[in-house]
Design a protein around this ligand. Structure first.
Ligand code: MTE
Length: 303
């Protein structure tokens, strides 16, 4: 029988909400400092700042919800246009009970849990986020996974009239992601409906998004409208756009660097402007929970 995960972090570890909301401004500020050499004065452990600082452009051109544009303030400016009610999720593929489920029906009777998780972006910054969500396993068990299924594929809503990034085709939409079935069934994997004890905002992926805390943030697909059980490894958006840089697994791994960013250490959002980088933990600190999923795999090959 699956165990229920207990938080290893407490409220005291949580990134202050203001810092969470203002993270791009904070990154911009620290990127500026890095460029003039004020960050990373702490010796070898922080030498990465001096050797390979992210440029301001790399950080500020990065965005978390490309459907609403690639500019750093685009999601904040545009995500109010997302229509989240009514919301239904198509469940299809290798399931006993496929269908178009109203969100409330799909989640009815399932337990919403509080999870305080580390969140690690591949661009080498991190936060601690208090989510409210439902274990994906509970949802999958409810719809009944058939025995041949090996993967779960996810799809984000496409509302072209409301989504400037879709109109401009900045990525091949819909945004898609996927997990191996055992990853999807792991008790750490949740479908989040809340954040900081409030309903999740449009910008963060309302009304429901995936959270897989041992993987880089881009696996956390937002505003999900389709869940498909399949026996084939599903395509994933960033892998489609740049396979050399983004693999299917995307596990946080300090030993396997992204071509443009070392993954050995990370900058903590909300840790103050002069916070030192801290070493990145294998599987983002969830090694004892999830390492077994990858036993015998070469993680440099399956990145
Ligand atoms: N989901 C969709 N549909 N579109 C996106 O552009 N960006 C991803 C991920 N999910 C993205 C997405 C990336 S790159 C990250 S780091 C996280 O969302 C960021 O989530 P947050 O904005 O809640 O921190």
């Amino acid at each position: 029988m699956a165990y229920r995960w207990k938080n290893d972090l407490t409220a005291a570890d949580v990134t202050p909400k203001a810092a969470f909301l203002n993270r791009r401004q904070i990154l911009k500020a620290t990127a500026g400092l890095g460029a003039i050499g004020l960050v990373g004065a702490g010796g070898m452990a922080h030498a990465q700042d001096a050797l390979a600082p992210n440029t301001l452009e790399e950080i500020t051109s990065y965005n978390n919800y490309y459907e609403f544009g690639t500019g750093k303030t685009d999601p904040a400016a545009n995500a109010h246009q997302l229509v989240t009610s009514p919301w239904s999720i198509k469940v299809d593929g290798m399931v006993d009970n496929p269908g178009d489920y109203a969100l409330g029906d799909l989640l009815a009777g399932l337990t919403v849990e509080d999870r305080i998780y580390r969140f690690r972006c591949v661009e080498a910054w991190s936060m601690v986020v208090p989510w409210n969500g439902i274990e994906l396993a509970d949802i999958l068990n409810k719809v009944g996974v058939q025995s041949g299924a090996k993967y779960v594929a996810f799809e984000t809503v496409v509302q072209p009239e409301n989504m400037i990034g879709v109109q401009r085709r900045v990525l091949d939409f819909p945004y898609v992601e996927g997990l191996r079935l055992d990853e999807a069934m792991h008790p750490l994997t949740i479908m989040a409906t809340g954040i900081y004890d409030e309903l999740i905002s449009n910008q963060n992926g309302a009304p429901i998004r995936l959270v897989v805390p041992w993987k880089y943030g881009f696996k956390s697909i937002k505003s999900i409208v389709r869940i498909t059980l399949t026996d084939q490894e599903p395509p994933t958006s960033w892998n489609k756009s740049n396979a050399r840089e983004y693999g299917f697994y995307s596990n946080v791994n300090p030993e396997v660097s992204h071509p443009r960013w070392s993954q050995a250490s990370e900058r903590t959002i909300g840790g103050g402007l002069f916070a030192k980088r801290k070493p990145t933990l294998m599987f983002n600190g969830y090694e004892s929970e999830v390492a077994g999923l990858y036993a015998g795999m070469d993680l440099a090959e399956y990145y």
